[in-house]
Design a protein around this ligand. Structure first.
Ligand code: HEM
Length: 389
């Protein structure tokens, strides 16, 4: 049995949030499993181990939640993201209904019309913030409306979501600062986002209708709202903004995409691989388990470092190079297995609608200024001002 290397790195301090990649590379070098001493959990930094863990929910359980702080984990147990079959299967089948590929076909015309509208606007402006003026548009105009929590609460959804992502890390200052917003959102979900006060045709209302038909326990509905609000906006906004930044820095890749539109799905995968918006979730071992000759005890919390796995040189040669002809459809930015992102078809639809239209109209992106987002659960840009030609 090998000893487990210990790392003193804090993946949640500002420096690591700004640039986690040197730390990830060091963790991958140290071994298949590393003890992250600051926060008292283990981490899997290599692709093969993360993928194997994702495919084995019986051993790597989500039921004791998938974040870092144990108090927060106890509070959020039982949402779809934090459950195992059979509960997970029941919740996911209801939650995933409006996100199935056939339902995506119904909303494609709306997404395309909104993509036309926003691309016209930014092209006319010539200079714009790719995060707030371009990337936010589709998630806010289409997805927030589909969730259906009411016009007045749409603006709040981004703040609530960012706060929930911040409490997915350890109880650092960012976590503490986010708590009032998290409490406000939980109270809203419990007391205000109830039938009669939300759009009866929205995804949120459909949860209650499923409960009325006996498909779900009714007490699950408020917490399942978190499953819609938290992951549906920022993730995609960050994915779109990082994609623009990557193309601004690699104009030859943009030329490739403009010359061959069949590369768009591969460009989306490559962008999510190299700048993974959700860098990690955790699991808890349901039994003693050995990973590549390293023994871990039952009850250990293990972080699956998606952001590191996606840059593992054992899997992707020259992993720091952005190359849209690489076609990395097996990246782990959407997870894998039982909990694989249920919104990935929607995210891909939004991203490709924008890239199609930008490819028609934009020859070059130039970055004027940038501000990274520092959040405990997400990675990307808060602002990215660009000019286009
Ligand atoms: C680029 C955009 C996105 C990224 C990078 C992303 C990432 C992820 C990841 C990594 C997971 C796996 C969680 C795990 O391993 O435990 C996940 C699950 C999930 N995602 Fe996404 N996501 C994106 C967009 C969306 C959208 C648009 C929605 C729409 C509602 C969504 C809803 C969900 C839900 C509900 C789950 C939980 C699924 C389950 O536990 O079975 N995501 N996402």
């Amino acid at each position: 049995m090998s000893d487990i290397p210990v790392s003193d790195a804090d993946l949640f301090d500002d420096e690591a949030r700004l640039d986690p990649y040197p730390i990830y590379a060091e963790l991958r070098d140290r071994g298949p499993v590393v003890l992250m001493a600051r926060h008292g959990h283990y981490a899997l930094p290599r692709y093969a181990d993360v993928r194997t863990a994702l495919m084995d929910w019986r051993t790597f359980s989500s039921a004791r939640s998938v974040f870092v702080d144990e108090q927060m984990n106890a509070n959020l147990e039982g949402i779809t993201l934090c459950s195992d079959p059979p509960d997970h299967t029941t919740m996911r089948s209801v939650l995933g209904r409006p996100l199935r590929p056939d339902r995506m076909r119904e909303i494609t015309p709306t997404i395309e019309a909104e993509a036309d509208h926003i691309v016209d606007r930014v092209v006319a402006a010539g200079r714009f913030d790719a995060a707030t003026e371009l990337a936010e548009h589709l998630p806010m105009a289409v997805v927030a409306t589909l969730v259906g929590l009411g016009e007045g609460n749409r603006g709040k959804m981004l703040e609530w979501a960012a706060a929930i992502w911040d409490v997915q890390g350890p109880a650092n200052q960012r976590f503490q600062d986010a708590m009032p917003q998290v409490e406000e959102f939980l109270a809203f979900a419990q007391n205000d986002a109830v039938p009669g006060r939300i759009d009866p045709d929205g995804w949120a209302a459909h949860l209650y209708q499923a409960a009325d038909r006996g498909e779900l326990p009714r007490e699950k509905c408020p917490v399942m709202m978190l499953d819609y609000v938290t992951p549906s906006l920022d993730t995609t906004i960050l994915g779109i903004t990082s994609t623009i930044a990557l193309f601004a820095r690699h104009p030859e890749q943009w030329d490739l995409l403009r010359a061959d539109r069949s590369l768009i799905p591969h460009a989306i995968n490559e962008s999510l691989r190299i700048e993974t918006p959700v860098p990690q979730f955790t699991r808890v071992l349901t039994e003693d388990h050995e990973i590549d000759g390293v023994a871990l005890g039952k009850g250990s919390r293990v972080a699956l470092l998606y952001g590191s796995a996606n840059r593992d040189e054992r899997k992707y040669p020259d992993p720091d190079r952005f190359d849209i002809t690489r076609k990395p459809s097996d990246h782990l930015a959407f997870g894998r297995g039982e909990h694989v992102c249920v919104g990935m078809h929607l995210a891909r639809l939004e991203m490709s609608a924008l890239l199609e239209r930008l490819a028609d109209r934009v020859a070059r992106f130039e970055i004027v200024s940038e501000e990274p987002l520092i959040n405990n659960g997400l990675r990307g840009f808060k602002h990215l001002e660009v000019t286009i030609s």
